[in-house]
Design a protein around this ligand. Structure first.
Ligand code: SAM
Length: 256
């Protein structure tokens, strides 16, 4: 192997180790601008989860990330907040990846329509086949195919700390646009709440080489202030585990 190839292989292995430690399932994206460019190979993940007798989402939580129950704990918090009791008829999820949140959302409610915007084509195809969701084309962090005020619950999990500030910001405007009055917007970001000095020290020590865009932080107050200008008020927030660290889930309600 040439030296340059060897360097790339070592770098990739280092990134994979880092991502495994921090609780991510990363999939190669077909047009993932500014995102995470490593991936869990679709076929291998499916085979391994089947062999373990687990859904791919539970396999990622329990085996790959070593954080059993991590996805369920967020779903439990959302249930306690009444997000599913509102019986959302239309749900939209950005970056569902393996579908670990999607699968559990569908155990909590029965929307007539579940739209996804996912840049990783093999995973998007799998979700369409398995859960009969509707995959929308992704382009420039736009939700253009989805009409204004048409969605009851808009969500994204472990996405906005893997993409750039601009990508996240552009999606925020779109999320507010497509949410119907009285609907909910749920997403997590790595806010200052998640960045105490010890955690920052751990990120600095554990952060992988050659991966400058991950993890991406986003100020909490900037989110709250922005969504307020878009008629969405912060209803609740809580921490969600992410390997040795965490992200903060923000739950907004759009003015009825
Ligand atoms: C860290 S993974 C999280 C996946 C899933 N939500 C979970 O928590 O298991 C980030 C996901 O966002 C997707 N993604 C990255 N950039 C995106 C974009 N611009 N639009 C939509 N999805 C994107 C990736 O392909 C990947 O599936």
């Amino acid at each position: 192997m040439k030296t340059a190839e060897k360097g790339a292989t070592v770098l990739k292995a280092g990134i994979k180790r880092l991502l495994a430690r921090t609780g991510f399932d990363i999939v190669r994206s077909t047009n993932n601008r500014g995102g995470v460019d490593d991936f869990i190979p679709f076929e291998a993940a499916m085979r391994a989860s089947r062999a373990a007798g687990l859904s791919v989402g539970d396999y990622i939580d329990e085996v790959m990330n070593g954080t059993p129950g991590a996805t369920q704990s967020t779903i439990d918090e959302l249930r306690a907040l009444g997000v599913f009791a509102a019986e959302p008829d239309t749900v939209l999820e950005i970056g569902p990846g393996s579908g670990r949140y999607l699968e559990k959302t569908l155990k909590e409610c029965s929307p007539g329509r579940y739209e996804i915007y996912e840049t990783a084509a093999p995973w998007a195809d799998y979700l369409v086949d398995t859960f009969k969701v509707v995959a929308r084309p992704t382009s420039d962090c736009s939700l253009a195919p989805t009409p204004d005020g048409s969605v009851d619950l808009v969500q994204a999990h472990k996405v906005f700390n893997t993409v750039t500030f601009l990508s996240a910001s552009r999606y925020f405007f779109e999320m507010a646009r497509v949410t119907r009055p009285g609907g909910r917007i749920v997403f997590d970001v790595m806010t200052e709440t998640c960045l105490d000095p010890a955690t920052m020290r751990a990120w600095a020590a554990e952060g992988g080489p050659g991966h400058d865009s991950y993890p991406a932080a986003m100020p909490r107050q900037a989110c709250v202030d922005l969504f307020a200008t878009l008629d969405c008020s912060l209803e609740a927030s809580f921490l969600a585990p992410m390997g040795f660290a965490s992200t903060e889930v923000l739950v907004f309600e759009k003015k009825a």
